[in-house]
Design a protein around this ligand. Structure first.
Ligand SMILES: Cc1cc2nc3c(=O)[nH]c(=O)nc-3n(C[C@H](O)[C@H](O)[C@H](O)COP(=O)(O)OP(=O)(O)OC[C@H]3O[C@@H](n4cnc5c(N)ncnc54)[C@H](O)[C@@H]3O)c2cc1C
Length: 500
């Protein structure tokens, strides 16, 4: 791209919100360039609790708009990304001294009503003294409640969204930061810098600030604009420990500070536990799970499970930052999780829209609203379209993932079942493009372990913007959890041979 090139919309930030807006805008006929300073989904959007949920606990904060929208979007994502989103039953053990049963029953009733469920089962009381839900739990827990939400592969949802954006004509450039932005009559001049140090300038009629935790920094320091609102950075951490219980259900556990903690099955052999809410006083780049947060999460789950966990059991930990719109709340857990869109600039002049806060669950609706707001600048903008259009790889037909897996088992009989399941879940309908011409396990190339082969690594590099081992091992897949340091080195070495 040369300095003379211009686009309708420059999106800064390749998390779920930036890729969602790029997809929506490109599909409505705008020319779009998205720049991401690191890897797609490399920040908050791969460090979430991985739930597509209404947020049961937000009912206590009277966030009915957010919960209703999120529950609607839960159905949308189940239909449009069926390989990445799957139903999950949540069990809430009843602890009368924390919340009375009537309050939980009322909350779940409201949750079911707001959901207008098409596919997921409703809530019910459940017996925790017998199988299957007693697995791993303290024998003192007898009663509980069960309700539905969904699980998502968050990092792969970002990739699927970015691929959809590209399929509609958006250009996606990773390892490219927007380092300066200034107005030039009716356009913006944006200075972009690649990881290799190359600097270039482009012009855009509209800029979307989807920089997540860096949104305020982008406005103030990069664009030199006033920031007429406050953003709070609230860190949330997760830990992964060896499996604490059998079964495919999740737990929502009430803590004695009135927060809730989730625990759910992860990658067959593990339990994922999160999250915390800690106000981050420093910079967004300083985000890391602290020893205090790990102890907090261990204490919270030890109240419920037979096998106690401690810091020594933690196999992996990660942290992300919620960039929340400051509503003046004293308690980080109580700050609104709803999103806000703010525009600087009038029709006819170069304008900029900033995204603050939000949930992965509501990203499609957020993107639709953001692009709708561009109409005064682009009167020929097409109508909304993303609600019923499958994401890249998500067009699985009426039979869904099961029929894709049956078809794949027929087409690739040489593929072990566990690998077939992993690949269909990661790639959905694109599994055929990945496996075309492989013919046998030899055609999958070098075996790095944990079901990762050279053919898939090549695919990530050629079709999904992967560059580093971290992109492959922790975002395009979660194989990093199972591979030994030596096996991980083999992936690094393989990527180096490709780059040379
Ligand atoms: C602990 C935690 C748990 C959560 N759990 C859930 C959950 O279970 N369900 C749910 O629905 N939501 C959840 N959320 C919320 C959800 O993760 C976020 O709302 C969402 O990921 C935000 O996406 P984003 O695109 O706005 O930000 P990000 O994913 O952070 O993306 C912003 C991107 O901008 C890039 N960037 C910044 N500055 C520049 C620049 N100058 N040039 C180029 N690129 C730049 C960054 O590198 C980054 O990749 C959770 C959040 C946290 C922190």
């Amino acid at each position: 791209m040369t300095a003379d090139q211009s686009v309708d919309v420059l999106v800064v930030g390749g998390g779920i919100n930036g890729t969602g807006i790029a997809r929506d805008a490109a599909g409505r006929g705008l020319s779009v360039l998205l720049v991401e300073k690191n890897d797609l989904g490399g920040a908050t959007s791969s460090a979430s609790s991985k739930l597509i949920h209404g947020g049961l606990r937000y009912l206590e904060q009277f966030e009915f708009r957010l919960v209703a929208e999120a529950l609607r979007e839960r159905e949308v994502l189940l239909n449009t990304a069926p390989h990445l989103v799957r139903p999950l039953r949540f069990v809430m053990p009843h602890v009368p001294e924390l919340r009375p049963a009537w309050m939980i029953r009322a909350g779940l009733w409201l949750y079911d009503m707001l959901a207008r469920r098409q596919t997921l089962p409703g809530s019910a009381a459940v017996d925790l003294s017998s199988a299957p839900y007693n697995s791993g739990l303290q024998p003192s827990l007898h009663k509980g409640f069960i309700y539905s939400d969904c699980w998502v592969d968050d990092a792969r949802l970002v990739i699927a969204t970015a691929r959809s954006a590209r399929a509609h004509g958006a250009r996606i450039r990773t390892r490219t930061a927007c380092i300066a932005l200034g107005r030039d009559n009716e356009q913006w001049r944006a200075v972009l810098q690649t990881a290799g140090g190359t600097v270039e300038e482009i012009r855009a009629r509209f800029v979307i600030n989807a920089a997540g935790p860096w949104a305020k920094n982008f406005l103030g320091e990069i664009a030199g604009l006033d920031v007429p609102f406050r953003l709070r950075l609230v860190q949330g951490s997760h830990i992964i420990v060896p499996k604490l219980y059998e079964g495919q259900h999740a737990f929502i556990l009430q803590n004695d500070d009135r927060r809730v903690i989730f625990a759910y099955p992860y990658q067959d052999d593990y339990t994922l536990i999160g999250t915390t809410d800690v106000e981050l006083k420093g910079d967004a780049d300083d985000c890391a799970a602290s020893a205090d947060e790990v102890r907090y999460l261990c204490r919270a789950v030890n109240r419920y499970f037979q096998r106690a966990v401690s810091e020594q059991d933690v196999i992996h930990r990660y942290a992300g930052i919620r960039p929340l719109f400051d509503d003046g709340s004293n308690n980080p857990s109580q700050v609104t999780r709803d999103y806000a869109l703010r525009i600087i600039g009038m029709p006819g002049e170069a304008a900029l829209l900033s995204v603050f806060g939000g949930k992965i669950t509501t990203y499609r609706a957020l993107a639709e609203q953001a692009v709708d707001a561009l109409r005064p600048w682009f009167p020929g903008l097409g109508p909304p379209w993303t609600k019923t259009q499958a994401l890249d790889g998500g067009d699985l037909g009426a039979g869904g993932l099961t029929s894709l897996q049956q078809q794949a088992a027929h087409d690739y009989p040489w593929l072990p079942q566990s690998l077939l399941h992993a690949l269909t879940q990661r790639h959905g309908a694109n599994v055929h493009a990945l496996l075309a011409g492989a013919g046998s396990m030899a055609g999958m190339g070098m075996d790095f372990g944990a079901g990762l082969h050279a053919r898939e690594v090549d695919y990530f590099v050629e079709h999904e913007w992967a560059r580093t081992a971290e992109d492959v091992l922790w975002r395009r897949t979660k194989c990093g959890l199972q591979l030994t340091p030596i096996q991980q080195q083999a992936v690094i070495a393989y990527l180096a041979t490709r780059a040379s």
